[in-house]
Design a protein around this ligand. Structure first.
Ligand code: SF4
Length: 464
C-alpha cells in the first residue's frame, strides 16, 4: 500500500463508501451534542419519522447557554433550548449531563476527560471547535444542523474529501511561549483561510513536548485557519492521558487498542498537499489586535498600519478592524488598556490553563478597574482547581470564580461584554460582536490574560 498521512489513515479507517458529489460516507464513532445546535435536528428527525440510530454512541451536555454564576437561568431563550435538550434526550434515551452536574462542562472539554475520545475514532459535534479532539489522533469535525440530524438518524456523515497539510513546529519553545501563542503565530503566518479544505497534522519537537491540554489548544484553533480539522499523532503522552479514564479500554482491550493506536502515524514518504514550517525558537507571546484570529502580532509589537498589507482587500479589512477595535496604527500593544479579562472556553479552560493563570496571580491583585472571570471548562476542572487551592488565589486577587460553561466565549448566555468594552480573552474568536454587540476582543494565552488583569493593559508575566 502507498505511504499515507495520518489523516488519510483515519479517513480510510472510517470510510464506508463513496457518497454523492465526490464525498465519502464516514462511520461516526462518537456523536456529541449540546443545546444550541441540536433542537432543529431532533425536530427534523421527528418530522421524517426516524429514530436515533445509536443513542449509545451519543452524549449530550449543556454548555453554550448555561449561566456560570448559579444554576438559575435568567435568559428565557437559553433555558428553553436547555429544556428542549432534556426532553429530546429523555425521549431518545441519550445520556445527558445537566448544568451543575458532576462531569458537566464544555463539550470539547468533557469528552476527553471521560476518555470517550480515542485515537482512530471519527467524532462529530454541531460546534466548529470539535477540531479540539484531533489532539488524540482522532478525526473530529464540527458540522451543521442538517449533518447533526443525518448522524442522529444514520450514525454516518457524508463529507467531501479533505486535502492534507503538515505544520512542522521546529526548534525549542522559549520560556513564556505557550501553545496558544504557537497557534496564533501560525494563523497570523498562513492567514485565517490559509488551511481551507485541509486537515492539518501538527508535528515537530515542539508539538511532541506538549501536554494533551496544549495539543487540544492547538487543534481547537485549526478551524480559525480555515481547516476542517487538526490532528496530532498519538504517542506516550496520549496513552498516559487516556489510561484509567472512565471510557478508556482496560486489560486486554487496552493492550489491543495500544497496538492499533501506535500504527496511527504518517508513513515515511507520505505526501502532503502542503507543508508549512515554523521555527518556534524565534517566537514570543502573540495577541490579536483585529477582528479575526489571523490579525495577530507579537505582544512586543505595535498595532499594524493597513498600508503594511499587500492586497487591497487586506488593507480594507485592516482599516475596518481598526475602526471596530478603536485602535490607531503603530500603538504599542502594551499600551492597550483592558476592561475585562476572561480565562475559560474550550481553547483554554482546562486545568493546565488555570494553573498557569494562578501562577501569575498568586500574591497579586487585579488592576483597579479590571474585571476578571475565571470559568473552568468543566465541573471536573473546577473540582480539581479547588482541590489544588487555585480558586483561593483567584478570589484573593479579585477575580470571579465561576461554574463551568462556554460563558464569555460567545454571547449566548449572561456573560456578555457591554458595547465598546475591551476584553483580553483566552477563547478562540474575536469577530465583531462575538462576545456581545460592540465588544472588542483580544485573543491571548492564559499567561498573558493573567498578567493583563494585574497590569490593566495587555502584558506578559515578565512585565509584572
Ligand atoms: S467555549 Fe466557545 S468555541 Fe468552545 S464550544 Fe463553547 S461556544 Fe464553542
Amino acid at each position: 500500500m502507498a505511504a499515507r498521512t495520518l489523516a488519510a489513515k483515519l479517513w480510510d479507517g472510517s470510510r464506508i463508501q463513496p457518497a454523492a458529489g465526490g464525498a465519502d460516507l464516514l462511520y461516526v464513532d462518537l456523536h456529541l451534542i449540546h443545546e444550541a445546535s441540536s433542537p432543529q435536528a431532533f425536530d427534523g428527525l421527528r418530522l421524517a419519522g426516524r429514530r436515533v440510530r445509536r443513542p449509545d454512541l451519543t452524549l449530550a451536555v449543556e454548555d453554550h447557554n448555561v449561566p456560570t454564576t448559579s444554576l438559575v437561568f435568567s435568559d428565557e431563550m437559553g433555558l428553553a433550548q436547555v429544556e428542549q435538550l432534556r426532553v429530546n434526550c429523555a425521549e431518545w434515551g441519550i445520556e445527558h449531563l445537566r448544568h451543575g452536574a458532576a462531569g458537566q462542562g464544555i463539550v470539547h472539554v468533557i469528552a476527553p476527560e471521560l476518555g470517550l475520545v480515542q485515537p482512530g475514532m471519527t467524532v462529530i459535534c454541531g460546534d466548529s471547535h470539535t477540531a479540539t479532539l484531533g489532539a488524540f489522533g482522532a478525526l473530529a469535525f464540527g458540522v451543521g444542523t442538517s449533518d447533526v440530524e443525518h448522524v442522529l438518524a444514520t450514525q454516518t456523515l457524508a463529507i467531501p474529501r479533505s486535502r492534507h497539510m503538515a505544520v512542522d513546529f521546529d526548534g525549542i519553545t522559549p520560556p513564556g511561549v505557550t501553545p496558544k501563542d504557537l497557534i496564533l503565530a501560525l494563523i497570523a503566518h498562513i492567514g485565517a483561510n490559509g488551511a481551507r479544505g485541509h486537515v492539518i497534522e501538527y508535528r515537530g519537537a515542539a508539538v511532541e513536548q506538549l501536554s494533551m491540554e496544549g495539543r487540544m489548544t492547538m487543534c481547537n484553533m485549526s478551524i480559525e485557519a480555515g481547516a476542517r480539522a487538526g490532528v496530532v499523532a498519538p504517542d506516550s503522552t496520549t496513552f498516559a492521558y487516556l489510561s484509567g479514564r472512565p471510557f478508556a479500554p482496560r486489560g486486554a482491550d487496552w493492550d489491543a487498542a495500544l497496538a492499533y493506536w501506535r500504527s496511527l502515524r504518517t508513513d515515511d514518504g507520505a505526501v502532503f498537499d502542503r507543508t508549512v514550517r515554523l521555527d518556534v525558537s524565534a517566537l514570543s507571546p502573540f495577541v490579536t489586535w483585529g477582528t479575526h484570529p489571523g490579525q495577530a502580532v507579537p505582544l512586543d509589537g505595535c498595532v499594524p498600519s493597513p498600508d503594511s498589507y499587500p492586497s487591497e482587500a487586506e488593507r480594507a479589512a485592516a482599516q475596518r478592524a481598526l475602526e471596530y477595535m478603536a485602535l490607531a496604527p503603530r500603538t504599542p500593544l502594551r499600551e492597550v488598556a483592558i476592561d475585562t479579562v476572561f480565562v475559560g472556553s474550550c481553547t483554554n479552560g482546562r486545568i493546565e490553563d488555570l494553573r498557569t493563570a494562578a501562577a501569575v496571580l498568586r500574591g497579586r491583585k487585579l488592576a483597579g478597574s479590571v474585571r476578571m472571570l475565571i470559568v473552568p471548562g468543566s465541573m471536573t476542572v473546577r473540582q480539581q482547581a479547588e482541590a489544588e487551592g487555585l480558586h483561593e488565589i483567584f478570589i484573593r486577587a479579585g477575580a470571579e470564580w465561576r461554574l463551568s460553561g462556554c460563558s464569555m466565549c460567545l454571547g449566548l448566555n449572561d456573560d456578555r461584554m457591554r458595547r465598546g468594552e475591551r476584553v483580553a480573552s483566552t477563547s478562540n474568536r474575536n469577530y465583531e460582536g462575538r462576545q456581545g454587540p460592540g465588544a472588542r476582543t483580544h485573543l491571548v494565552s492564559p499567561a498573558v490574560a493573567a498578567a493583563t488583569a494585574v497590569a490593566g493593559h495587555l502584558a506578559a508575566p515578565g512585565d509584572l
